[in-house]
Design a protein around this ligand. Structure first.
Ligand SMILES: [Fe+2]
Ligand SMILES: [Fe+2]
Length: 196
């Protein structure tokens, strides 16, 4: 059995221990909660629940890295580091996390890696697993900003509908703070609006 196999409970348990000892308690707790929400959404939307759980568990593996570590790890994927990323290095934690998983833990599953890369802002071309992580990260029960009204507004929506609702929630929040929006998020918005 491959040591980096997320269907292997002992490997998942090792990753869990690693995260528990390397993340702050609140970030670890958010990671477990996101993993559980990913599993629930995966069952609903026809995705492998074990793969989704694992993706949620590890999605913020690089979230507490320094600016230097984020830039160094994210650079390994070969995509450009933008001015925007240097200004807000936290934007790189998904890309950095994907490279940590690949290079340090031997995870080769491209859908898992792509889900991590996309989860910070969302982007166009996301597959089902990436969409599940994007939604779960925002709505997991430990997120205190999520109202019961927002959650009930998601009921009956398909996965793209949920992604759109989450994206608009984020964009509205950024607008209320006078903050700019990442072009990747706008690409996702455009894609979803054209798909309707
Ligand atoms: Fe994150
Ligand atoms: Fe997160």
């Amino acid at each position: 059995m491959n040591s980096a196999d997320f269907t292997d409970d002992s490997f998942v348990s090792k990753m869990d221990s690693y995260l528990k000892s390397h993340l702050s308690p609140s970030r670890y707790s958010h990671s477990v909660s996101t993993a559980n929400t990913c599993r629930t959404l995966a069952s609903k939307f026809g995705c492998d629940p074990k793969r989704a759980f694992f993706t949620g568990l590890v999605h913020d593996i690089a979230r507490e890295y320094s600016k230097e570590e984020l830039v160094e790890w994210a650079s390994k994927d070969g995509m450009p580091i933008r001015e925007l990323d240097l200004h807000s290095p936290v934007l790189l934690h998904g890309r950095a996390g994907a490279m940590v998983l690949k290079n340090q833990f031997g995870i080769e599953d491209l859908d898992v890696l792509a889900a991590l890369q996309a989860h910070t802002t969302g982007t166009s071309g996301m597959k089902t697993l990436a969409k599940i992580l994007f939604v779960a990260d925002y709505i997991e029960p430990e997120r205190k900003h999520i109202t019961p009204e927002f959650l009930s507004s998601l009921e009956g929506l398909d996965l793209d509908g949920m992604v759109y609702a989450v994206l608009m929630g984020t964009l509205n929040h950024l607008a209320s703070k006078g903050k700019g929006v990442d072009p990747y998020a706008l690409e996702l918005k455009k894609e979803l609006e054209h798909a309707e």
